[in-house]
Each structure stands twice: as structure tokens, then as C-alpha cells.
Write a protein that binds this ligand. Structure first.
Ligand SMILES: [Zn+2]
Length: 336
């Protein structure tokens, strides 16, 4: 049995595996600029965040109907559950779909169909967090926010900020985050992945975020680290993503040990697992191997994931008790 964990940084569009992409393309009459799944996989040799985003948005063309979104989410839940994920707070990018003429209701209701069955079928509870593309305008984010109001407090429980970071500081989205706070939604944002530590501070001060997605570059600002520790602001780290997008050279160079030593509330997540070489459990395994993490460190990371989640107190406590009682397999056969 794998170590129970929550996944807090997962873009549902980033779980589109090549096989499903080709199946949906055939069903929807979409022509992909790749001969087969092998050629597509070879295109996954990214040089930076932008080179990934270019392919990521191109492949989304295959997602058109409610059924497509339901199948995408169902496939993720099955894979995540097999790797010990018991709770997932899932990002989606409404603007990437509405811009292609796919109505917001198709996206939200399609995803919802699979998420509604997630707990019963896979033992995975879920939340849906709507992200704004930060390289789009503040006006576009506000329009998207208003269009999504019917789902607030129901299917949609929070907002986030993703896509190309550099040159798009958090303050650009001050107004939409103000409205989200007013609407009682949770607020998170990507910051300090490729962008500077100052974007993390700005996300906290101007947007009032409760969690920082990535946040790696906080280490460049000791006063900020101290604040993140003091205010118990979680970081949702994505190690395999960091290597693929060249934020770190190799996993052995990942700053997780320094982050934990500083007392930061770090969690381990998969970001866009179909593109970056692994789901949540794969990220735990790869880190354990590359950094020589012991069982108690893995247990701490799993406990952190539930602490940092937006779960109600009762389920959080139950899952934390499972983590505390978890018995690790002997190291040779370990499967975190
Ligand atoms: Zn991300």
C-alpha cells in the first residue's frame, strides 16, 4: 500500500497522456501535428517553461466535450489513487478552453462528472481551483471570474494563477483576488518558479494567497523565508517539473533539504505529470532516491500535504492518523 498523500499542485490539463490525446483527437476529428504517441513523447524535451507551454496549449485542442473532460479527470484519479493520493486540489485553466470556443460549463461540468465519483470509485476527495493565465490580461481574468460565479462555493472552491510567470507580477491580478476573497474562495498563486522572490512577497501582500505554488526562489530572500515559516505558508513543490523545465539541473540538486531545514511547510506534487515524467508517488520515489530521504522525511512530506490542504478538520485528522500509522516497506521494495 502506498504512503497516503494529498496532491495540491496538479493541472488537470497536464494529465493528458499521449494515448488519450490521440484517442480524443480521433473522436473529435482533430489532426495533431505528430505521427504517433512516440513522436509526441519525443516532443517533450523542454528547454524552459515557455517551450512546455507551447506544446501544452497545442494539445488542448483535443478536449472539446463534457465527456472528454470527464475522461481526462477519471484517468487522473485512477492513476493518482494507485500512487496513494487520497485528496487532490485540482487546477484547471478555463481561459485555455473558452478561447477555443469550449464553453465554461462544458469544462466544469465535465470535470465535475468524474470528480463527483472520485471518492466512491477511488477513495480520492477533491477540490477544484480555477486558475487564471497570467500572460492574459487582468480584464480577461475578471471576465472569466464573473462567468464562473454560478459554481462558487460548490464545484469551484478557489482561484489560482499560472502560466508564463516572468513579466507578469501578481499585482496585475489584485482586483480579481479581491473579489475572490469577498466571494469566500480560497486563494493560491504560482510564484517564485522562474520569477523572482519578490513575486512571492507580492502574492502574499497584494493577493492575500494562502499557499504558494512552487516558491523555490524564496531561498534567495532570508527575510521572506522567515516570514513563510512564521505564517505557516505552504509551498507546493514539484520536483520532476523543476528538472524538466530546468529550474534545477538534476533532482540531486533540488533544494528540498534546505527548504525542510529552514522549517518551511513543503509539499511534493506532480504539476503536469503527463509531461514531466511522473505522478505524485513517482515524485516522492524519485526524490527519495536522488536525495537519499529517509522514511520519516517522506512521512513528514505526506503529513505536510494534508496540513497544507483545504480539507475540513475531520477528514484532515483522519488522514493524518493514517500517515502517522503508515508502515514503510523495506527500502529495496519501497514505493512511496
Ligand atoms: Zn503548476
Amino acid at each position: 500500500m502506498p504512503l497516503p498523500k494529498a496532491e495540491l499542485h496538479l493541472h488537470i490539463e497536464g494529465t493528458l497522456e499521449p494515448e488519450l490525446a490521440f484517442a480524443l483527437a480521433a473522436r473529435n476529428g482533430v489532426t495533431l501535428p505528430y505521427a504517433d504517441t512516440e513522436e509526441l513523447r519525443r516532443a517533450y524535451a523542454f528547454t524552459d517553461l515557455q517551450s512546455f507551454l507551447d506544446l501544452y496549449y497545442a494539445l488542448m485542442a483535443v478536449l472539446r466535450t463534457e465527456e472528454d473532460f470527464a475522461e481526462l479527470a477519471e484517468a487522473y484519479l485512477a492513476r493518482a489513487a494507485a500512487q496513494g493520493v487520497r485528496h487532490a486540489e485540482i487546477f484547471f485553466d478555463p481561459q485555455a478552453h473558452t478561447a477555443r470556443g469550449v464553453p465554461l460549463a462544458v469544462v466544469v461540468d465535465g470535470l465535475g462528472r468524474a470528480l463527483d465519483r472520485g471518492e466512491e470509485r477511488h477513495g480520492v476527495s477533491t477540490r477544484l481551483i480555477m486558475c487564471f493565465l497570467r500572460d492574459e490580461s487582468a480584464e480577461s481574468a475578471l471576465e472569466t471570474f464573473e462567468a464562473a460565479r454560478p459554481w462558487f462555493g460548490g464545484r469551484i472552491t478557489g482561484i489560482g494563477l499560472d502560466s508564463a510567470e516572468v513579466g507578469h507580477p501578481p499585482a496585475k491580478f489584485r482586483e480579481v483576488y479581491r473579489r475572490a476573497a469577498e466571494a469566500g474562495l480560497h486563494r493560491v498563486a504560482h510564484a517564485g518558479e522562474e520569477g523572482p522572490a519578490a513575486y512571492i512577497t507580492e502574492a502574499l501582500d497584494v493577493l492575500g494567497v494562502e499557499r504558494i505554488d512552487h516558491g523555490l526562489r524564496c531561498l534567495e530572500d532570508p527575510a521572506l523565508v522567515e516570514r513563510l515559516v512564521r505564517e505557516r505558508i505552504p509551498l507546493t513543490l514539484c520536483p520532476l517539473s523543476n528538472v524538466r523545465l530546468r529550474c534545477v539541473d538534476t533532482l540531486a540538486d533540488h533544494p528540498l533539504p534546505a527548504i525542510l531545514d529552514a522549517g518551511l511547510l513543503a509539499t511534493v506534487n506532480s504539476d503536469d505529470p503527463a509531461y514531466f515524467g511522473g505522478y505524485a508517488g513517482d515524485n516522492f520515489d524519485a526524490l527519495a532516491e536522488a536525495l537519499g530521504l529517509d522514511d520519516e522525511t517522506l512521512r513528514l512530506l505526506a503529513a505536510n500535504s494534508f496540513q497544507a490542504s483545504f480539507l475540513p478538520e475531520e477528514r484532515r485528522a483522519a488522514l493524518l492518523a493514517e500517515v502517522a500509522a503508515y508502515e514503510f516497506a523495506p527500502r529495496a521494495a519501497v514505493r512511496a
